[in-house]
Design a protein around this ligand. Structure first.
Ligand SMILES: C[S@@+](CC[C@H](N)C(=O)[O-])C[C@H]1O[C@@H](n2cnc3c(N)ncnc32)[C@H](O)[C@@H]1O
Length: 187
């Protein structure tokens, strides 16, 4: 499945993603608690201004690491401003990726993608890379917005994930989202 170019969330709208109000209905700690543990290496794919990133850094603890990656330098700059000088700064690595390529060498325990997949031009290429970088017991969390992404489009995304080395493990209930957790196919 190929998404049309030009679907990127503009940096000028980053503030709407990073509000206190959003924490009431999409609490990052509640959403990620079943999957994210101390010491893990977690990837916040399409991190935007970092609504989830700081909580991820708290949850992986001092022995863990969060790689916050986004296509748009402007989003990474907003996140950099937020973490600069804080205790969490040395747990968060900022990484600018390409449209269909993340380009990281580290094996990942937890791949997190919230409201991003529908902006990725070639999901199949991306899933191949995710499968490669995920540790054998790693997990992939995908949530998509309910209005922009139809049920059919979300299922097509999950089919592509399955065809490229991932296995559907769970469909968590997340407010204002269609969500799924996938694990790596063994063998
Ligand atoms: C709607 S925002 C969601 C941000 C964040 N995940 C959240 O829930 O607050 C989508 C983000 O994904 C990024 N993005 C879109 N396509 C991407 C791609 N192919 N690779 C990496 N990031 C991408 C955009 O730049 C934007 O920051």
């Amino acid at each position: 499945m190929k998404n049309k170019p030009g679907r990127l969330c503009p940096v000028e709208r980053a503030g709407t993603l990073d509000s206190k109000l959003r924490r009431w209905f999409q609490d990052p700690q509640k959403i990620m608690k079943p999957y994210l543990k101390p010491g893990m290496t977690a990837l916040d794919f399409g991190c935007g201004p970092g609504f989830f990133t700081l909580d991820m850094a708290q949850m992986v603890g001092a022995s863990g690491q969060v790689i916050a990656t986004d296509l748009q330098q402007g989003m990474l700059e907003k996140l950099h401003t937020k973490i600069q000088g804080t205790d969490l700064e040395n747990r968060i690595r900022l990484h600018q990726c390409e449209e269909n390529k993340i380009n990281l060498a580290e094996p990942i325990d937890f791949f997190f993608s919230f409201y991003v997949m529908h902006e990725v031009p070639d999901q199949e290429v991306l899933f191949r890379e995710i499968s490669r970088m995920l540790k054998p017991k790693g997990a992939v969390f995908i949530a998509e917005p309910p209005v922009h992404v139809s049920r059919k489009a979300f299922e097509a995304t999950l089919d592509l994930a399955r065809e490229n080395g991932l296995r559907l493990a769970e469909r968590p209930s997340v407010f204002l989202s269609k969500a799924a957790v996938l694990t790596k196919t063994l063998g």
